[in-house]
Design a protein around this ligand. Structure first.
Ligand code: GTP
Ligand code: MG
Length: 197
């Protein structure tokens, strides 16, 4: 898919205030600092489109972008940031839960996982939560450029083993680096495929 146009539309905390649910929507989520906003900028080839930061917790709202006038891309706030207060974590949980349950045009969620780390409970819990909710999702391993491909293979194998303990069917998995532009064609190709189904 060629990205002809990518524009920021709005930021919200409420599903009711999001753009009209008249186009397929793809949402990006994952632990704080995993590289959600960087991946969105890499996919759209617009450096400053989604705000990135080296300190976690940068994205706080549901951010809608319109791509090629035909589908929505959504940057969601991350989870699992230790310094967040209990109240703020509960607010996040409520907002995200409501979004997943009520956003009728939500087509697929991209769950981002840092390819450098062994499976983390917070990520497995989140994947299992999405699976139980019945929301279609795929897994995106990020920051491939930070280590050897052997290490990436071992992380992916460990996640595969863990997920097999609970699920018969495994989600589709992508390998990416925002830094080195790895995985761009694969993800955009997947979105195009789903959009034309
Ligand atoms: P929050 O919005 O805070 O939840 O973070 P986020 O998941 O949107 O992460 P963000 O894109 O802001 O990136 C966090 C940090 O990781 C930044 O310093 C990025 O430059 C860095 N980063 C993101 N993707 C990559 C990558 O593929 N390779 C490398 N080397 N660094 C990356
Ligand atoms: Mg972000």
């Amino acid at each position: 898919m060629i990205i002809k146009e990518a524009k920021f539309l709005m930021s919200n905390t409420k599903v009711e205030l999001c753009p009209a649910p008249d186009k397929p929507e793809y949402a990006f989520i994952g632990r704080s600092n995993v590289g959600k906003s960087s991946l969105i900028n890499m996919l759209t080839e617009q450096k400053g489109l989604a705000k990135t930061s080296s300190s976690p917790g940068k994205t706080q709202l549901i951010n809608h972008f319109l791509i090629n006038d035909s589908w929505y891309l959504v940057d969601l706030p991350g989870y699992g940031y230790a310094k967040v207060s209990k109240g703020a974590r509960e607010d996040w949980r409520k907002m995200i839960n409501y979004y997943f349950q009520k956003r009728e045009n939500l087509t697929c969620v991209f769950v981002l996982i840092d390819s450098r780390h062994e499976p983390m409970k917070v990520d497995l819990d989140f994947i299992n939560y999405l699976g139980n909710l019945g929301v279609p999702f795929v897994i995106v391993f990020t920051k491939l450029d930070k280590q050897s491909s052997i290490k990436t293979d071992s992380t992916i194998a460990a996640y595969t083993r863990k997920l097999r303990e609970t699920w018969d069917e495994l989600p589709r998995m992508f390998r990416t680096s925002a830094e080195k532009k790895i995985g761009r064609e694969e993800i955009l190709g997947f979105i195009e495929e789903v959009n034309t189904q």
